[in-house]
Design a protein around this ligand. Structure first.
Ligand code: OGA
Ligand code: NI
Length: 336
């Protein structure tokens, strides 16, 4: 029901259906605040250094930030502005787009998977399919009026960036530059436009609880002013502080499998705060349904036997959405 959207109501207290049991709360005081996840300058002329920095980051953190990524700062500003405007639309306008069916290719929804979960999350989100654009854009919101154009331009740029990163990631694994792009094939692209309203009791709930992304690669455009993303590293939750002009990149489960477990898809979560709303735009590149996945042949040797079996993305994705977000890592179910 559209009444469940957080962005259409004002809450003075956190309703009980959002309150986590004591043992599952974020314990914000224990989060490492001052650390920096690796930053890679893509304009650095030393290609080998860029490739090796990306490889190190994929191994140690599963996350890195990219600077000089080629996406215009003006466009990024417009994406944030049109997103903010969208979530400010009147309730009746948003109600028309509401759905809690994960199979819908365009939906405005809330929390994560309201039909399955027992405790909800302090997030509304607009989920869009983005490739091929001309197939999906007609169904996207037509309000705000420049939503379709701004978001489609951004989608094209993010896709190109994703493919550039695939080349560097392939090379860093000792594979041909084209390996990941070719193996994953013509990829789908999805977007989650996340809106985290201010929350009266951030200690009791999450914007998104700890999860790993089921896709191949995620490129996250974060609010430049309000932090909230946290990444698990060395057993501690580390806050990812917004870095002006940077985009945050993380590996999804499919690249962990392709790398035969050398690179990591890591636990991350979004927390909320009591005084400011926060926005993020997550772009996901993912293989098409029928594509065969699993470790790259070249990475399977006598010393490093296959850690995961082969499977199709369809099989993986169905498994992912049939579970709760914070259960054990979905990829564990595909171990050899
Ligand atoms: C996601 C995600 C983090 C954020 O959408 O998968 O991890 O900061 N988002 O919104
Ligand atoms: Ni995520």
């Amino acid at each position: 029901m559209a009444e469940q959207l957080l962005s259409t109501a004002v809450h003075d207290t956190v309703p009980v259906c959002y309150v986590r049991p004591e043992s599952q709360r974020p314990r914000l005081a224990e989060v490492v605040a001052g650390a920096r996840i690796p930053v890679v300058d893509l304009a650095c002329p030393d290609r080998a250094a860029v490739v090796s920095a990306i490889g190190d980051a994929c191994r140690s953190h599963g996350f890195f930030q990219v600077l000089n990524h080629g996406i215009d700062a003006g466009l990024i500003g417009e994406v944030m502005a049109v997103t903010r405007e969208f979530f400010r639309l009147p309730p009746e306008e948003k109600a028309k787009l509401y759905s809690d069916d994960p199979a819908r290719k365009m939906r405005l929804s809330t929390s994560f998977n309201v039909r399955k979960e027992t405790v909800h999350n302090w997030r509304d989100y607009l989920r869009l399919h983005c490739h091929p654009l001309d197939q999906f854009v007609p169904d996207w919101p037509s309000n705000p009026p420049d939503f379709k154009e701004t978001m489609s331009t951004y989608c094209k740029e993010v896709r190109a960036l994703g493919f550039r990163l695939y080349e560097a990631i392939s090379e860093s694994l000792g594979l041909e530059a084209g390996y990941i792009g070719e193996t994953l094939g013509e990829q789908e692209q999805h977007m989650a436009v996340n809106f985290y309203p201010p929350c009266p009791a951030p200690e009791l709930t999450y914007g998104l609880p700890a999860h790993m992304d089921p896709n191949a690669l995620t490129i996250l455009l974060m609010d430049q002013e309000v932090a909230g993303l946290q990444v698990l590293n060395g057993g501690k939750w580390v806050a990812v502080n917004p870095q002006p002009g940077a985009l945050v990149v993380n590996l999804g489960d499919q690249l962990q499998a392709l790398s035969n477990g050398e690179y990591r898809s890591v636990w991350h979560r979004a927390v909320v705060n009591s005084d400011r709303e926060r926005l993020s735009v997550a772009s996901f590149l993912c293989p098409c349904n029928g594509v065969q996945l699993g470790p790259a042949k070249k990475l399977v040797t006598e010393e490093t036997p296959a850690v995961y079996r082969n499977y199709t993305y369809d099989e993986y994705y169905k498994k992912f959405w049939s579970r709760n977000l914070d259960q054990e890592h979905c990829l564990e179910l595909f171990r050899t």
